[in-house]
Design a protein around this ligand. Structure first.
Ligand SMILES: NC(=O)c1ccc[n+]([C@@H]2O[C@H](COP(=O)([O-])OP(=O)(O)OC[C@H]3O[C@@H](n4cnc5c(N)ncnc54)[C@H](O)[C@@H]3O)[C@@H](O)[C@H]2O)c1
Length: 226
């Protein structure tokens, strides 16, 4: 709905200035955005994320970053409240070899996904406030997040607020995404405790964006460039 890409970016930058000036409520910090994949979609999502005050962290550092949460507020690093954290997650953080004597090998995983078990729900999801799903996926690969895994995570107090499933493979890598959404009504809410889907945003559960025609939202500048 913004007249130009520059205007949309300015709105994001204005939110970032508020975060940098006033900070976020300490109870919801650190806010971590996990981006899956490193291709076109992931780079585009990161381009917008980088307009906000941020630090990128490696996947291995997520437990350490999150651990400060249990400290009393005055012991917590105040830096965490004035910025967001980004983490780019690739296949090595999503799966591990079933055989503990083997090391992860991307080419081997792509050729033989059956030798690998999913670990995203153990290594990444417990620390993610938002998952931005940008990776290519096919049915022969393990899911990124099954319904069972998500339900268990939410029971255990996972900080996940929302998933932006840009890949939008229905019933795919994010199993509970069972429908696509429209540009006019981009979100639905999935309540993990009742296994019910809602159109309103006013209750428990995970908010999900599943617009499958995002290229129709190319900015005017982009269209003019073509
Ligand atoms: N919702 C929409 O309107 C919309 C718009 C654009 C793209 N898409 C979809 O988003 C996906 C990504 O598109 P893209 O242009 O960024 O592609 P891309 O090829 O540029 O990037 C894909 C990424 O996925 C990773 N990847 C590939 N196979 C993987 C696997 N088995 N496990 C984990 N990671 C894997 C690659 O390493 C790469 O980082 C595609 O499925 C595309 O159809 C949806």
């Amino acid at each position: 709905m913004y007249p130009s890409l520059a205007a949309a970016k300015a709105a994001v930058i204005a939110i970032g200035e508020e975060i940098a000036t006033y900070g976020l409520p300490s109870g919801i910090c650190p806010i971590v955005f996990a981006f899956t994949g490193s291709g076109n979609v992931s780079q585009g999502a990161q381009e917008i994320f980088k307009l906000l005050p941020h630090t990128f962290v490696d996947a291995e550092k997520l437990p350490e970053l999150s651990a400060g949460k249990s400290l009393p507020p005055h012991h917590q690093s105040t830096r965490r409240a004035f910025q967001l954290y980004g983490c780019v997650v690739t296949s090595k953080d999503m799966v591990a070899p079933k055989d503990p004597n083997r090391c992860f090998d991307k080419a081997d995983y792509y050729a033989h996904p059956e030798y690998y078990r999913p670990v995203f729900h153990e290594r990444i999801a417990p620390y993610a406030s938002a998952i931005v799903n940008c990776m290519y996926w096919e049915r022969r690969f393990p899911r990124l997040l099954s319904i069972d895994q998500l339900q268990q995570l939410m029971k255990n107090g996972c900080p996940l607020v929302g998933i932006s499933d840009i890949t939008c493979d229905i019933g795919g890598s994010i199993e509970f995404v069972n429908k696509s959404t429209s540009i006019e009504r981009p979100f639905f809410r999935y309540d993990t405790s009742t296994n019910l889907y809602h159109d309103d945003m006013e209750g428990d559960g995970v908010i999900c964006l599943a617009v499958d025609i995002l290229p129709t939202e190319f900015s005017r500048e982009f269209v003019a460039m073509r």
